[in-house]
Design a protein around this ligand. Structure first.
Ligand SMILES: [Zn+2]
Length: 313
């Protein structure tokens, strides 16, 4: 059977796996990123990949896909902005490809996770499906009658960039008022930072042990549940925008299943619960009947599996 190499490059570690064509992980390895310079990250990724390949034994590996929390150029070659790594305009595919002596394709972390879940996780075998992942950004995918909808120019399912507030917050894509600008993990942290730096949430700063670098969505949820006004405002707005946008997709598409996943929803149980309830409330009744809302089933492996499966598609 054909095998590919999947890599999940996060802000703190790089994971690599040899994955078969059915999306099963054959071998895996991990490197901790102690230095986030591109050269050091190339070495760390290559080391994890070499370990996974050696554990997989004599398996022949074709392509290599790398999921990275970043905005990428259209060819999947250059990291334009990667907030977790502090990178701007890094030609990472070329650097890694030279080191590993194989072709490398970079893919957005959410897209790989969504694809992994579709092919090998909670979406496997479902013909009408909507997937929403809330991680560092917000991603989505539509499967209609068994086909992944790609659209006229291949960009269908850019769910993070549906507008929820005309003229609103600036999004990483450069436009204003996108869903991701309010609800993506990176933007949740940016909004937390804004209220902390304006002195509007002493509680958030306390939860972050006095350091804005420690702010994360789980702390936002905690402060919101404690009714901290500034945290609650960010949290409520994100949850409402997400729920309404998801519900509207469901009303239009009438999928059999909605899959919710991604780091923010995995680590904020209250947010996930709230979205489930609000989706039921906001979806038109005819589309709500029979809808199954499921959690992503591959957990942290969805990105590794998706990166491998997408590497040569
Ligand atoms: Zn956007």
């Amino acid at each position: 059977m054909k095998h590919n190499l999947g890599i999940d490059l996060g802000g703190t570690n790089a994971r690599a796996a040899v994955v078969d064509a059915e999306g099963r992980i054959v071998a895996r390895a991990k490197s901790v990123l102690t230095d986030r310079s591109p050269a050091a990250v190339v070495d760390a990724v290559a080391a994890a990949a070499a370990s996974a390949l050696s554990m997989a034994g004599n398996v022949k590996v074709d392509a290599c896909g790398v999921g990275v929390a970043a905005q990428l150029d259209a060819e999947g070659a250059v990291v334009l902005v990667a907030p977790n790594l502090g990178w701007f305009d890094v030609p990472f595919a070329a650097l890694l490809s030279r080191k590993m002596e194989r072709t490398v394709r970079l893919i957005n972390d959410l897209n790989v996770a969504v694809f992994g879940e579709l092919k090998a996780g909670a979406g496997k075998g479902v013909r009408d499906l909507f997937v929403c992942f809330v991680g560092s950004g917000v991603g989505g995918a539509l499967i209609v009658d068994g086909q992944l909808v790609s659209g006229a120019r291949g960009v269908a399912g850019e769910f993070g960039h549906v507008k929820v507030q005309p003229g609103g917050r600036k999004c990483g894509c450069g436009e204003l008022g996108c869903l991701e600008a309010y609800a993506g993990g990176h933007n949740l942290i940016a909004q937390m930072r804004e209220v902390v730096e304006a002195g509007r949430s002493p509680r958030l700063l306390e939860l972050a042990q006095g350091r804005v670098e420690n702010l994360n969505p789980a702390l936002l949820e905690q402060a919101a549940l404690e009714k901290d006004p500034a945290a609650l405002e960010i949290y409520d707005r994100a949850a409402n925008h997400l729920a309404l946008a998801i519900a509207n997709q469901i009303t239009v598409l009438n999928p059999a299943r909605l899959i919710l996943g991604g780091g923010v929803l995995n680590h904020c149980a209250g947010m996930q619960q709230r979205i489930r309830q609000s989706v039921e409330q906001y979806t038109a009744r005819v589309a709500r009947n029979g809808l199954v809302i499921a959690e992503a089933s591959l957990g942290d492996d969805s990105g590794l599996i998706g990166a491998a499966l997408l590497a040569d598609l």
